[in-house]
Design a protein around this ligand. Structure first.
Ligand SMILES: Nc1ncnc2c1ncn2[C@@H]1O[C@H](COP(=O)(O)OP(=O)(O)OP(=O)(O)O)[C@@H](O)[C@H]1O
Length: 305
């Protein structure tokens, strides 16, 4: 079942159009990564789904209803880009306050504090929290009342690498239990294994949407092949050049080759298998490469502001 259906939605702030003819779905058990440059329209799209803004044309449906419907709100969790809390309240008091507003089970407060790693700091005032701690409290707030749909605007801001991985793992568990999640982020490395699909927005338009393999098929970006741990990289470079393969030196013992459509890969495989030294590291175009491709290959009139 689709939790979100946006059909040809456009939206303007006053006379300034911001989102143009956007069509996007989110199914149960799916994490959609929503990526785009500053001002691309990601937060605006989230606010539309939250029912805080209304489309000027097109149709937006959440759980099959208008986004502003009260039943929609009850099943939705939202982590805004800038989390604001009452500084004098403790973390536990803050969550209790939101739990009452959201009609969540009171026991969930301590369960969620534990889940986001704030049990030890639960009695401390929020004004003493670090940025990452406030972000984790914001996430706990979004998870109150077990929402079927979770909208997270820049959830990794302020999180250290371990906390970021823990967040992704937590989202993955929620996804496996059937929640639908939209994850807005500027941080692309590391998120790839956790998203079901990526949607790339630029200047208010959807430039691409699909699984990473679908997006890779839509573009002709090269695969990067790195030969690591070479004892004689110069010799390898000469050998490869003689075979028509242009390899670049990386560091003191590695070479890098960019191959289109697998060309050259067979040769490299063969050479490495024939030798006692060296190992191949094959990297298809990353989410970052795909993002840059879709955002940069625009008509000059359509490019980002
Ligand atoms: N309340 C507002 N009134 C007028 N214009 C706005 C308002 N909020 C956002 N905008 C404009 O709408 C466009 C999209 O903004 P939005 O916040 O949706 O972008 P974003 O993709 O979330 O950006 P960022 O990554 O910087 O958070 C921008 O040009 C922004 O200046």
């Amino acid at each position: 079942m689709n939790l979100i259906e946006l059909n040809d939605v456009s939206l303007a702030y006053g006379s300034m159009p911001v989102v143009h003819n956007l069509s996007l779905n989110l199914a149960e058990g799916e994490i959609l990564g929503l990526f785009g440059h500053n001002g691309a329209g990601k937060t605006t799209t989230m606010k539309l789904i939250l029912g805080l803004l209304t489309a000027s044309s097109g149709q937006a449906r959440v759980f099959g209803q208008a986004p502003s419907h009260p039943q929609v709100r009850q099943q939705l969790g939202y982590l805004p880009e800038n989390v604001m809390f009452y500084p004098q309240l403790s973390g536990r008091e803050t969550l209790r306050y939101f739990a009452r507003l959201k009609n969540a089970r009171p026991q969930q407060v301590d369960e969620l504090l534990e889940k986001v790693g704030l049990t030890a700091a639960a009695g401390r005032r929020v004004k003493t929290y670090s940025k990452g701690m406030r972000q984790r409290l914001g996430l706990a707030q979004a998870l109150l009342a077990q929402p079927r749909l979770l909208l997270l605007d820049e959830p990794t801001v302020g999180l250290d690498p371990v906390a970021t991985q823990e967040l992704y793992q937590l989202l993955n568990d929620l996804r496996e239990n059937g929640s639908g999640i939209i994850l807005c982020s500027h941080v692309l490395p590391g998120v790839e294994p956790y998203i079901s699909r990526a949607a790339i927005l630029s200047a208010g338009k959807l430039r691409a949407c699909g699984t990473l393999s679908e997006l890779r098929q839509q573009v002709s970006l090269p695969t990067r092949i790195r030969l690591n741990n070479l004892s004689q990289p110069e010799q390898w470079q000469i050998t490869l050049s003689a075979q028509g393969v242009n390899a670049q030196r990386v560091g003191h013992d590695a070479l890098e080759v960019y191959c289109h459509n697998g060309a050259g890969r067979e040769l490299l495989n063969h050479l490495v298998n024939d030798s006692s030294s060296g190992e191949l590291e094959v990297s298809p175009p990353s989410l970052d490469d795909l993002y840059r491709h879709f955002v940069n290959n625009l008509n000059p009139q359509e490019s980002r502001p």
